[in-house]
Design a protein around this ligand. Structure first.
Ligand SMILES: [Zn+2]
Ligand SMILES: [Zn+2]
Length: 339
C-alpha cells in the first residue's frame, strides 16, 4: 500500500509498504479521509521527540476509515462500519487513565505520532486502543472528510468547556484558523452575546465575519484599543503578545485559555500577574483531548454543527507535501487527504 512515511531528518516521503497484519483484538481500516493538522506540519518540518532518527513513522491522527478486517475477540465492531479513530490511549490503569485523562498517561501512546497512523491506504488499530474505546462507529451516511475533524474539534471542546461560556459573555478569540473557527462555532452554540476574532490575516477574518464574528486585524489595530472587559479570551495562536494582551483585555472575573502552545525555544513570556490577582482572572491551558471530548465532538458533528465550510482542500495522499505547503501559506483551512 502507499503510505506517507516520516523520518528525521529526511521528512515525509510516499513509499510502498506492506498492508499491516492485524492480531487478536485489533482492527484494520481502509482509510477514507485523514486531515492534516498543525501537529503534522510541525513534525514534518522539525521532527518529534518520540520519532528518533532511524525510525519510520506513518503520520496522521485525524482519521476516518472503514473497517475491512476484525481481529479475533473483537465483538462490538464489524467489517463495513465507518469509524473515527481517536489517537490518544494510555495504560488504562494509572491515575490519569482512570480519571479519563489518557492523554496525560506517562506511558500514553498516540496513533500517527508514537505509532503508525492514517496517512496510508490502510491502518491497523492496536488492541489497547480498540479495548479502550478509541474506535467510534459513525452513522453510515457520515461524510468521512468532515468527520475527520472530530479529533481537532475534540481538542477545542476540551479547551472550551472549562471557560463556562454563557449568553452573558463577550468572547474574544485570537487566531482565525480552523481551530479558532471551531471555537467560534462553540461560542455561537453557547449563545455568547458578542464574539470577536483577532488575526493577522484579513482573508481568515473574512470567513470569521461570515460566521458572525466581529473582527480585528492585528497589525492594523491593537486589540486592547478596541476591546476591554472581555469575559472570555481564547488564545488559539502561538503568539506570546496575544497571551500578554489577553490579561489586559479580560474584565473582572474573566476566564482565559492559552490554548495554543508556543514553539520550543520561545523565550519565557513575562505576564502581569497583578492583573490576574486584582481582576480575579482564571487562566488555564489545555492540550490534546481524551475520549470524553471525542465523544462530545462526534455528538456535535452528528446533531448540531456543520463544519463543511472548513474544508479548503481535499488532496490525494501523494500530494501531502503540497498540503503541508498550503498550510504554511496560512490561507488554507482544513486540508484533507483521501488515500
Ligand atoms: Zn491534530
Ligand atoms: Zn495510564
Amino acid at each position: 500500500m502507499k503510505a506517507a512515511v516520516f523520518s528525521y531528518p529526511q521528512g515525509i516521503r510516499i513509499v510502498d509498504v506492506p498492508v499491516p497484519q492485524i492480531g487478536r483484538g485489533e482492527v484494520l481500516l481502509r482509510v477514507r479521509a485523514a486531515s492534516l493538522c498543525g501537529t503534522d506540519l510541525r513534525i514534518a518540518r522539525r521532527g518529534h521527540g518520540s520519532i528518533p532518527q532511524g525510525v519510520q513513522r506513518i503520520l496522521g491522527h485525524e482519521v476516518v476509515g472503514e473497517i475491512v478486517e476484525v481481529g479475533e475477540g473483537v465483538t462490538d465492531l464489524a467489517e463495513g462500519m465507518l469509524v473515527l479513530v481517536a489517537p490518544n490511549y494510555g495504560c488504562g490503569k494509572c491515575r490519569f487513565c482512570v480519571a479519563g485523562a489518557q492523554h496525560h498517561c506517562p506511558s500514553g501512546k498516540a496513533l500517527g505520532i508514537t505509532e503508525d497512523g492514517g496517512f496510508a491506504e490502510y491502518m491497523r488499530v492496536p488492541e489497547e486502543a480498540v479495548r479502550q474505546g478509541n474506535v467510534f462507529p459513525l452513522p453510515p451516511e457520515a461524510d468521512p472528510v468532515m468527520f475527520s475533524f472530530a479529533e481537532a474539534l475534540a481538542c477545542v471542546v476540551h479547551g472550551f468547556l472549562p471557560l463556562s461560556v454563557s449568553f452573558r459573555d463577550t468572547v474574544l478569540i485570537y487566531g482565525a484558523g480552523p481551530i479558532g473557527l471551531m471555537f467560534l462555532e462553540l461560542a455561537r452554540l453557547s449563545g455568547a452575546r458578542e464574539i470577536w476574532m483577532a488575526d493577522i490575516s484579513p482573508s481568515r477574518l473574512e470567513r470569521a465575519a461570515a460566521r458572525g464574528a466581529r473582527t480585528i486585524v492585528v497589525g492594523e489595530r491593537k486589540v486592547k484599543d478596541v476591546l476591554r472587559d472581555v469575559d472570555v479570551v481564547i488564545v488559539a495562536a502561538p503568539a506570546p503578545d496575544a497571551q500578554r494582551e489577553a490579561l489586559e483585555v479580560a474584565g473582572v472575573f474573566g476566564r482565559i485559555n492559552f490554548f495554543g502552545g508556543l514553539p520550543p525555544g520561545t523565550p519565557e513570556v513575562p505576564l502581569a500577574t497583578n492583573l490576574i490577582h486584582y481582576k480575579e482572572l482564571l487562566v488555564t491551558g489545555t492540550t490534546r483531548s481524551n475520549n470524553f471530548h471525542v465523544r462530545a465532538a462526534l455528538d456535535l458533528l452528528v446533531r448540531q454543527l456543520d463544519l463543511s465550510y472548513l474544508v479548503s482542500h481535499t488532496l490525494p495522499l501523494e500530494a501531502i507535501e503540497e498540503g503541508l505547503r498550503l498550510m504554511e501559506g496560512k490561507d488554507a483551512l482544513k486540508v484533507v487527504l483521501i488515500p
